[in-house]
Design a binder for this molecule. Structure first.
Ligand code: SAH
Length: 382
């Protein structure tokens, strides 16, 4: 196996079992192409095995075992319900850097987002093909991190093996039905990571008027309506997402209003009209791609959270989320405190959420925690 030798003093993170070796930490690499390498310290200690990525700043990703074993173990930690949606493999956090496998009612959808995942592609597919409960496997290629790895990002979607998924795959989540477009939807089609937060919002919705911002295919709004909300408004900028949100509401026999709008502008319009809501959900897309965008992102988060806080009726609830990995949980809370101060209203923290349990975070990989949520309740209205 070819060797990658680290610079003196640059082996700390590998010794802490962090799976990424950055190009700046490498003294010499006896390889040019993506392939298996042994990583050694400047003193010659073997630190582990990984796959070299010639194009990426993350030059080596480490793997702690055989990929077949790691997949088997990841699957053993999940329940594959025939009609459910579940993340079967969560990349670094299940020991396989860059490999995501989501499964919708038996149709597995992969993302090979690193040179490592791409290198083991054939072996990964061989393991998945024999698994009970997996009817077929397809993949999404339209992923930014593939571009960074020098991997093709087109076509958007392609079938790999077994049965092809229907145009829309119906999944059942906590008894609710959702249609998933695995070919052109976001990520692999659905935000499985918000499953637990959606259930929480549903449990808080009874008799409340609900505004679901950044609704995508309507998840939070459908849960709220099912939970007994008095009225639900679903807002998104994407007509295609709202079309599916409408079908999801119909599939569950619930009523919602759908608004195609830019949330930043729509919240201002509601404020100017003097509208109030008892429960507001803010689940925006990632505002910060990296640490360098953090301050700009913070302004965006503060803006929408401040507007939403002002729109709440007395005792109202705000369920607010950030999926920017670069933004830590405490920084997000700091932004919420500033917004609350400017809104001149008081809030209690009712709950804090993270990504669902099938999106675990490896202890040695802090980057694995990206999704944070805070549920606030307004109190002491004057
Ligand atoms: N809450 C959803 C996921 C939200 S994903 C769920 O549980 O499934 C973020 C959504 O925000 C996307 O649907 C995207 O179309 C929408 N979006 C992005 N920018 C927006 C903007 N400025 N105004 C309104 N919607 C926006």
């Amino acid at each position: 196996m070819q060797q990658v030798v680290l610079k003196p003093g640059r082996d700390h993170s590998a010794k802490l079992r962090h799976p990424w070796i950055f190009s700046g930490a490498i003294a010499t690499a006896a390889c040019q192409d993506a392939g298996e390498v042994e990583v050694v310290s400047a003193k010659g200690e073997v630190l582990g095995r990984g796959v070299y990525s010639p194009a990426s700043q993350i030059r080596v990703r480490m793997i702690a075992g055989e990929v077949e074993t790691l997949i088997d173990q990841a699957l053993a930690r999940r329940t594959l319900a025939p009609a459910g949606g579940v993340r079967l493999v969560n990349a670094e956090n299940d020991g396989i850097p860059g490999l995501v496998v989501d499964c919708y009612a038996g149709y597995a959808v992969c993302q090979f987002t690193s040179a490592l995942a791409e290198h083991y592609r054939a072996r990964i597919l061989a393991v998945l093909s024999g698994k009970p409960g997996i009817k077929g496997v397809s993949e999404r290629l339209d992923i930014d991190s593939r571009a960074k790895e020098g991997l093709p990002t087109a076509p958007k979607w392609r079938q790999l093996q077994g049965e092809e998924p229907p145009e829309l795959v119906e999944i059942v989540e906590n008894g609710l039905k959702f249609l998933v477009d695995v070919r052109t939807g976001h990520k692999t089609g659905f935000y499985l990571d918000q499953r637990e937060a959606r259930a929480l919002v549903g449990s808080l919705a009874k008799d409340r008027t609900v505004l679901n911002c950044f609704a995508y295919t309507g998840g939070f709004g459908v849960y709220a309506a099912q939970g007994g909300a008095r009225a639900v408004v679903q807002v998104d900028i994407s007509a295609a997402a709202l079309a599916l949100a409408r079908r999801n509401a119909e599939a569950n026999g619930v009523q919602c209003e759908f608004v195609e709008a830019d949330v930043f502008k729509y919240l201002r319009r509601l404020r100017d009209e003097g509208r109030k809501f008892d429960l507001i959900v803010l689940d925006p897309p990632k505002f910060a791609e990296s640490k360098s965008q953090l301050m700009k992102a913070a302004r965006g988060y503060k803006d929408i959270n401040l507007l939403a806080m002002k729109l709440l009726s007395p005792g109202g609830v705000l369920a607010t989320f950030s999926c920017s990995g670069a933004m830590g949980e405490e920084f997000f809370l700091t932004i919420l405190r500033e917004a609350a101060l400017d809104s001149a209203r008081n809030f209690q923290i009712v709950a804090r959420t993270r990504q669902a349990a099938d999106h675990p975070v490896a202890l040695d990989f802090p980057e694995g925690l990206y999704l944070k949520g805070v549920v606030l309740r307004e109190y002491q209205s004057l």
